[in-house]
Design a protein around this ligand. Sequence first.
Ligand code: HEC
Length: 211
Amino acid sequence: MKIFGSTNSAVKQSLIFLAGALILVSSGCYRGKPSKEPPIHINPNMDDQPRLNAQKASDFFEDGRAMRDLIEGTLPRGFLREDVIYYTGKDAGGKLVKKSPVSPTMEVLLRGQERFNIYCSPCHSRLGDGKGMVVQRGMFPPPTYHQARIRDIEDGHIFDVITNGIRNMPSYRSQIPVSDRWAIVNYLRVLQRSQNAELKDIPESERAKIK
Ligand code: HEC
């Protein structure tokens, strides 16, 4: 009897274990069937919210686009471009400004030098003589900066050339932000000065070194 009894309880135990395993498999652990529904989330805490991603379609609006145009007369923060000279290189009357609105401090010039060497030197060369590496490999050569016409040209013109390109030169509007364009304009003036200097531009104490 005792043997029987113990066998009975062993059978019972394994039955309970099997039932438990079956419940587990059929409830949560069974991953065989993919579902588009979000997983069961006991405390959602606003984790999933109805929203539309950029560039997605939506049947809420008549034109089927989720992204909306700006309301007329509004501007996103940081997009107010009131300072016409700074953003276009031209005054209110559309005339190119003679002088850069950004002063050539050492910091500006060093930034301009760095940006110039990255963006302009492949064609114009680091000296600005128009013999950059791309030109040496066959590209249409740009003019040297060290000619009277470009020495006398307005700062606003150089800003405009970077912004909009000119004839065979592409625009660098999207690669170079406005503040860097002015830094480059200032540096370009330094380059021109460096290639067209006279002895009297050098302090007397330094002249002996280069003679
Ligand atoms: C892909 C080569 C290329 C790059 C890079 C390039 N340029 Fe030019 N640039 C040219 C060419 C070519 C011309 C001559 C355009 C023409 O007259 O057809 C030119 C002309 C110019 C001129 C003379 C415009 C005039 O009035 O004749 C200026 C100033 C100038 N570039 C400034 C820059 C500055 C500043 C940068 C860097 C932000 C730059 N360029 C980058 C190719 C380039």
